[in-house]
Design a protein around this ligand. Sequence first.
Ligand code: PMP
Length: 440
Amino acid sequence: FSNYRKLIAGIDTKVPLSNSRYSTAINFDNAATTPPLLPVLEEIIKFSPWYASVHRGAGYKSQYSSQLYEDARSIVADYVGANLTHHTVIFVKNTTEAINKLSNRLLSSYGDAVVLSTCMEHHSNDLPWRNKYQVDYIDIDQEGKLSIEDLQEKLRQYRGKVKLVTITGASNVTGYKNPIHEIAQLVHEYGAEILVDGAQLVPHAPVNMKSPDDPRHIDYLAFSGHKMYAPFGTGVLIGSKKAFKKGAPDYTGGGTVQLVTHQHIQWLDPPLKEEAGTQNVMGVVAMSKAIKILKDIGMEEIEDYERGLTAYTLKQLSRLPHLQLYVDRRHVHDRVSIIPFNIKDMPHDLVANILSQEAGIAVRSGCFCAHPYIQRLLNVPQDEMQKRIEDPTLPHPGVVRVSYGFYNTYQEIDILINTLHKILNNKKALIEKYQNNPHV
Ligand code: PMP
């Protein structure tokens, strides 16, 4: 895979270290966002002669850019096994917008239904459902994995009332993948639908929504382009055309209508109806190029390679004393390349700061927009959380997270492990040096 490093924008960027030297930046924060691919940036330049808004102009440029924009829907659909005779591919700005849109759009057909979310969700797949539906959360087990027993129990408990189970494809905290097709089958048996938050899954593993005749199919899928080597600003929501045909879109305005009088609005069919205003055409063209490259490399190959990186890291980390891993170190299958840990008696943000200043390693620390999940993984009692609600100046509990992309290497992981050794061997001195000394 080392050949693919040349595809990554900024792969050789040097960052300053605290010893006044410079080092090549190591990016272990791919769960937050991935760097764009150089051919993707080139695609944006190639598109620029055709820059024109879509579905509005009669000129050649507008027609050509409309064509590229519509082609992108097929590229996206093909990538995740959606079928454009049944499905609609709606372009949005990110996963958060996709899930908010769906939560608004389902209101009219779901009424006062129960929506089952889980205890391992990113806030973007939790908060949009609150205050619109009755929400309950499927539990996790001791290791932080989703409890299928609790899902079954809740489906039974709310029989006939559950309309949607909304679940992450892979956790942005532990990297655990959920058995989405097994869950889909169960959910369908109870007459409900399933949304998969694919933000962390779609960039790292093959995904197939499957035909709607298959009981294991996924009804709705959401994901973000910026986590799959495209620039910021594009995301995708896929669902059946039927689900979006009914009713008014959540955002209304230009581009959503067939005909308007002061008394009447005739909506366009999805997806256009759901994409109010001028679309992010360049972003979509860029995302479709990123998808083509991921497909050329091969999603199975990417998953295998990243699994190797993860297994190696788990093995190395579990050998370090005073290091607490928050995932099962034997669990190397059914996961994406995200690993959360802490060094005992050291704040998570300080460890992240030292990794950056000592070795140029970018990780993330904190709660990663998944506060309830982190509280459970760290066993933070509810009264501790209550204290923080009352006094926002108290430090938040959290963990250090490394997350890989297909361009990361074993050598980079060795640098991480060596730096962690250094931290463990010089804890006191490093705490003194860095605790009030941010990198920038
Ligand atoms: N869901 C998961 C699992 C995520 O990891 C993220 C991003 N961290 C999101 C949703 C939200 O993605 P975005 O910020 O692109 O909307």
